[in-house]
Write a protein that binds this ligand. Structure first.
Ligand SMILES: Nc1ncnc2c1ncn2[C@@H]1O[C@H](COP(=O)(O)OP(=O)(O)OP(=O)(O)O)[C@@H](O)[C@H]1O
Ligand SMILES: [Mg+2]
Length: 362
């Protein structure tokens, strides 16, 4: 053997060992019984489970809907016929869905036939550009509305002041009219203040998110005339985060209130917390964040408002002002986080991502 061959062999071995851990493609290795023997870190992130949790699990028990039938995989083991499926929607047990391209090929480890599954997430890139576009639109709509609200607020103050002065000059019977002007001016001021959004910078403090979530849970339980079932699914191991307690509480309450408005006694709202890795926030990849999900099994968000859901004044209710979610979005932005939503009939999930202290999303 020449020196060159040996070097190449070593080189190959070296990279073959190191690369799967760095790859963006999710790699899953199955043995001949179709149970998992190895997943690389990208697959751990995609499947939201660690190797230790996935090891020895039958592949068809990892997904809610099995993207590849076991018969096809067995056929691959016997015939060696590799295959590739694009645009496959995978649904997990928590009803999260992703679109992937799956390639299945056969490999031999320790002289035994194995299957190599490669998952390439194809909706991620699309999702990032849609999010960036929606973010821009949301900012323009918010600025426009804020500008308008600001312009309305000043004369409104003058109007109210003038009505108060006039009130002093009027007879008791006429005061009815000035009272009406003052009342309507107050109503408008209230609306304008909401249009302007949160006017104070958040007061950041290092604390545990469960303090907030649990408080919202208790508050909702005390005031639950429709008897909606409330469920908790916490990951208590999430470390402390830096956030404004009142604002985060307001955000979660707004989201829960929206759900309560459309649900009835047969429905459930679940509050879930998790530590999440490798998430994209404002186009940046964030290694670790806290994830708060508010999930309900109600009718879902009307299709026609889904793409503009977080814009100010977008509402699906006749009496709604459409400001709740826009305010939530502003608050989560102030925390360098991300608020998003997936919804279909029977399943709506609002997700708040808050990066850990050291991780700024800008
Ligand atoms: N969990 C949910 N299920 C179904 N629809 C929802 C849910 N959450 C929000 N929506 C829809 O999203 C719309 C926008 O919500 P948002 O909180 O921004 O405004 P609003 O509730 O209409 O008014 P406001 O909060 O200002 O009083 C709601 O009107 C409702 O149609
Ligand atoms: Mg609302």
């Amino acid at each position: 053997m020449t020196e060159n061959t040996i070097n190449l062999k070593q080189l190959k071995l070296h990279y073959q060992q190191a690369l799967p851990n760095q790859m963006v493609t999710a790699v899953v290795v199955l043995d001949h019984e179709l149970t998992i023997c190895y997943v690389n870190p990208a697959a751990e992130a995609l499947l939201v489970k660690s190797l230790s949790k996935l090891y020895r699990r039958p592949i068809d028990q990892v997904f809610y809907n099995t993207p590849i039938k076991n018969e096809r995989l067995r056929q691959l083991l016997t015939t060696g016929q590799e295959f590739s499926d694009s645009d496959v929607t995978i649904e997990f047990f928590d009803h999260q869905r992703i679109t992937v391209e799956i390639t299945a090929s056969s490999v031999t480890f320790d002289q035994c036939p194995h299957i190599l599954l490669e998952f390439k997430q194809i909706d991620q890139q699309k999702q990032i550009s849609v999010e960036a576009f929606q973010q821009q639109q949301w900012e323009s709509a918010r600025d426009l509305i804020r500008g308008l609200a600001h312009e309305i607020k000043n004369p409104l103050g003058g109007l109210r002041g003038a009505a108060q002065l006039l009130d002093l000059e009027l007879t008791q019977a006429q005061k009815e009219y000035t009272a009406m002007i003052i009342e309507q001016a107050d109503r408008l001021t209230n609306l304008v203040d909401r249009l302007l959004g949160p006017n104070q910078l958040p007061v950041m403090k290092q604390q545990n998110i469960h303090v907030v979530i649990e408080k919202v849970f208790q508050l909702t339980q005390f005031d639950n005339p429709k008897n909606i079932t409330l469920a908790r699914d916490y990951d208590p191991s999430i470390p402390d985060l830096t956030f404004d307690q009142d604002k985060l509480q307001q955000t979660v309450i707004n989201i829960i209130h929206n759900a309560i408005q459309v649900l009835d006694g047969d429905n459930t709202i679940t509050l879930r917390t998790r530590a999440a890795s490798n998430k994209t926030i404002n186009g940046k990849r964030i290694k670790l964040c806290a994830q708060i999900s508010i999930i309900d099994n109600g009718p879902g968000i009307p299709e026609h408002i889904q793409s503009t859901l977080f814009y100010p004044m977008v509402s699906g209710r006749p009496s709604g002002t459409g400001l709740g979610l826009s305010i939530c979005q502003t608050i989560i932005h102030q925390h360098n986080g991300k608020l998003s939503c997936v919804s279909r009939p029977g399943y709506t999930e609002f997700t708040i991502l808050l990066p850990f202290n050291s991780e700024k999303s800008q």
